[in-house]
Design a binder for this molecule. Structure first.
Ligand SMILES: [Zn+2]
Length: 208
């Protein structure tokens, strides 16, 4: 008896899925803004991380790993660049709605820093980083609930990282691009769940 017959197919190196690759469906999005994902060190290895899809989809998106002891040099470079005006996307009492941004008048693109991790990790990253606390803060005004059910311990109204990206694009007037991301994500979630159950998505559930 060959063991090959019962072994799982190899995961696609691009999307990590075994039964139904979604790499060719990742949208290619351009917008006049930069989203910097500041990831908790635990985040990149989680298969439930959705920030990687934002990184693959949005041309102007970068990923940085948070360090407790010092600010990330590459991210500081972006914050100090003449090209951008930096904001931290984080809901606090003094956060302003995204629509209040006045960067366009200053000829600068918004640099939006998104804390990528569980909400407990995000709050810790902010608490331990003076350089983040010093940034002006923006909050989203989502009108829909998260579709993302893969993680436990999520607070109501907490969007996953990819949904945050889609919401940012929508609130800045990039409606079509936002919908492209949402559309991809909706499909990915179905494929991901089928993949975890050990099969490809059935044709009648496929992307319409
Ligand atoms: Zn793939």
């Amino acid at each position: 008896m060959s063991t090959l017959a019962t072994s799982l197919p190899p995961a696609c190196p691009g999307c990590q899925l075994r039964f139904h690759c979604v790499c060719h469906l990742v949208p290619s999005i351009e917008a006049e803004l930069h989203i910097a994902l500041l990831m908790h060190p635990n985040e990149p290895s989680r298969e439930t991380n959705t920030g990687r899809w934002l990184e693959k989809s949005l041309a102007s998106c970068s990923r940085h790993v948070w360090q407790r002891t010092h600010a990330c040099p590459k991210l500081i470079e972006l914050i100090q660049s003449d090209r951008y005006k930096a904001y931290l996307l984080y809901p606090t009492e003094d956060s302003q709605p995204i629509v209040t941004m006045t960067d366009y008048a200053e000829q600068k693109q918004p640099l939006l820093i998104v804390l990528d991790g569980t909400w407990q990790e995000a709050s810790k990253m902010l608490r331990k980083s003076d350089w983040l606390q010093a940034l002006p803060k923006l909050s989203l005004q989502p009108t829909t609930h998260s579709r993302y059910q893969l993680r436990r311990n999520q607070q109501p109204g907490h969007l996953c990282t990819l949904e945050v990206g889609a919401q940012v694009l929508s609130e800045l007037g990039y409606q079509r691009q936002s919908e492209q991301l949402e559309h991809f994500f909706h499909h990915y979630l179905k494929v991901f769940q089928a993949d975890k159950s050990g099969h490809a998505l059935k044709p009648d559930q496929d992307l319409k």
